[in-house]
Ligand binder design. Structure first.
Ligand code: AMP
Ligand code: MG
Length: 397
C-alpha cells in the first residue's frame, strides 16, 4: 500500500486517528458496579476534606501554649460527634482518632505520650501547634476535581468517589470488539486436528486481551481462506465498534483480508510496520468501524494487539490516553539483534522487576515460549547490541 511505518510512527497514527473519532456512549452505573469502568464525568468534592480539623491519633486535644502542662481533662470527643464548646486555657479533651478537634485546641498529644493522673494530664515531650491534626480542606477543597473524566476506576478511585457521595456515576459504555480468525487450517479447540491442521488459539487470546482491556469481545466464526466466507464475516464484524482479524494479511496467494476490506470501501492508514513479530499489520476504517488485520502467527497476534490494538480499545473506551507501560530492566546476558526493526521478544522479568532474560523460542509461531514468559523485551530499531547488565526497555504483561 504505502511504505512501511517505523514502530513509533505507526503507534502515533493509531492513537491520533482513534482519539479524533466520536466519543463513546455514556451510561450511569451504581458505584458498587463501577470498578474497571472509565469515568465519563469529573467527580468533585461535595465539601472540604476534612470538613473539620481531624485528629489522627487517640489522645488529648490541647492548647499548645499551655505546655509544659499539666492541663485538666474536661470531657471527651469520639469519632462521630463534635465537642459542644471551645476549650479554655488549661483545658484538655480526651479525643479519639477521626474525631473533630474542639475549637480552641490546636494540637493532639498521643495517648502513648501522655500520663494521666485523675483529671490532670501531662507529657514529657514538646507539644507544637498542629501536632496530629489534619486541618480542614487540606486533603481537598469543596468543588475540587478528585477524579478526572477518562480515568479507569480502580479501588483507590472508588474509595474517593464513595467518600464524596458519588453513589451513581456516568461511565462510558464498553465498546464491542469483533474477533475473526482466518485460515483453512484452523479447527475448533474441542476438535482433534489432523497433522496438517491447528487449533484456533488466536480467537481465545484476542478475546482474553479485549476483556482485559475492559471491552466486550464478540468472537465470530472462523473465516475460510476464500473471498465469500471472509467477506460475509467481515461485513458482520464491521457492525461492532472495532474489528480484529487474525491471519490472511501476508503476501500469500490466499491472504484475502485486505482485498475484502478494500472492496468494502476501507480507508487504510498503514499495512506494514517495521516490527517483529508482526510486520504485516493492517490498520484502517470502514465508515465508523476501525479494524486491525493482525498477522496470524500467535505471538504476532498477541504482540500487535498489545502494542497497537490495545490503544484503540482504550481510546474507544473513553480513556484519555493510551501510553505503553514500558519499564527498564537489567539484561541478565548479552543481547544482539539486527537493527531496522523494533523487536518485541518474549522474556522473563524477575519478580522484583530488576532483571530480564529473553526466553528461547522458535519464532512467532511458538505460543509455548510466550506462555513461559511474562514480558517482552523491546529491542529498538536503531541499536544493535546490549552487554550483560545493560538496561533495556521491557513491556510487562
Ligand atoms: P497467516 O497470517 O494467515 O499467514 O498465518 C500465519 C501463521 O499463523 C500460520 O502458520 C497459521 O497457521 C497461524 N495461524 C493463523 N491463524 C491462527 C489462529 N487463529 N490460531 C493459531 N494459529 C494461527
Ligand atoms: Mg492464513
Amino acid at each position: 500500500l504505502v511504505k512501511p511505518l517505523p514502530f513509533e510512527q505507526a503507534r502515533r497514527c493509531v492513537v491520533e486517528t482513534v482519539a479524533r473519532s466520536k466519543p463513546p456512549v455514556i451510561e450511569t452505573v451504581f458505584l458498587a458496579n463501577a470498578a474497571g469502568r472509565i469515568l465519563a464525568q469529573d467527580v468533585v468534592a461535595d465539601r472540604p476534606y476534612p470538613p473539620l480539623p481531624r485528629s489522627i491519633r487517640d489522645g488529648f486535644a490541647v492548647r499548645s501554649a499551655d505546655f509544659p502542662g499539666p492541663v485538666r481533662v474536661v470531657g471527651e470527643v469520639r469519632a462521630g460527634e463534635a465537642f459542644p464548646r471551645s476549650l479554655s486555657p488549661g483545658e484538655a479533651v480526651e479525643i479519639m482518632t477521626g474525631a473533630p478537634v474542639p475549637a480552641g485546641a490546636d494540637a493532639v498529644i498521643m495517648v502513648e505520650h501522655a500520663s494521666r493522673d485523675g483529671d490532670l494530664v501531662h507529657t514529657d515531650r514538646p507539644v507544637a501547634a498542629g501536632d496530629f491534626i489534619v486541618p480542614p480542606g487540606t486533603e481537598c477543597g469543596a468543588g475540587a476535581v478528585v477524579l478526572a473524566r477518562g480515568t479507569r476506576l480502580d479501588f483507590g478511585h472508588i474509595g474517593a468517589a464513595a467518600s464524596v457521595g458519588a453513589a451513581a456515576i456516568a461511565v462510558y459504555s464498553k465498546p464491542e470488539v469483533a474477533i475473526i480468525a482466518t485460515g483453512d487450517e484452523l479447527v475448533r479447540v474441542e476438535q482433534r486436528p489432523a497433522p496438517y491442521q491447528i487449533r484456533n488459539s488466536n480467537s481465545f487470546t484476542l478475546s482474553a486481551q479485549v476483556e482485559r482491556a475492559g471491552a466486550r469481545p464478540k468472537v465470530l466464526p472462523v473465516a475460510l481462506d476464500n473471498y465469500e466466507s471472509t467477506r460475509k464475516l467481515v461485513e458482520q464484524g464491521l457492525r461492532s465498534d472495532l474489528l480484529l482479524l487474525s491471519g490472511g494479511v501476508s503476501a500469500g496467494k490466499y491472504d484475502l483480508v485486505e482485498k475484502v476490506l478494500a472492496d468494502l470501501g476501507a480507508e487504510f492508514f498503514f499495512d506494514r510496520v517495521l516490527i517483529q513479530p508482526g510486520q504485516p499489520l493492517v490498520f484502517g476504517r470502514v465508515r465508523n468501524c476501525f479494524f486491525f488485520g493482525l498477522p496470524g502467527n500467535p505471538a504476532s497476534t498477541m504482540v500487535t494487539f498489545e502494542i497497537f490494538a490495545r490503544a484503540a480499545v482504550d481510546l474507544l473506551s473513553g480513556r484519555s490516553e493510551a501510553p505503553l507501560p514500558f519499564v527498564f530492566a537489567r539484561l541478565s546476558g548479552e543481547f544482539r539483534h539486527k537493527p531496522g526493526l523494533t523487536r518485541f521478544l518474549p522474556a522473563r522479568l524477575a519478580t522484583a522487576g530488576r532483571d530480564v532474560t529473553p526466553v528461547k523460542w522458535q519464532g512467532s509461531g511458538d505460543v509455548f515460549a510466550i506462555a513461559s514468559a511474562n514480558a517482552f523485551v523491546v529491542a529498538r530499531e536503531d541499536r544493535e547490541s546490549w552487554a550483560a547488565g545493560d538496561m533495556i526497555e521491557v513491556l510487562p504483561r
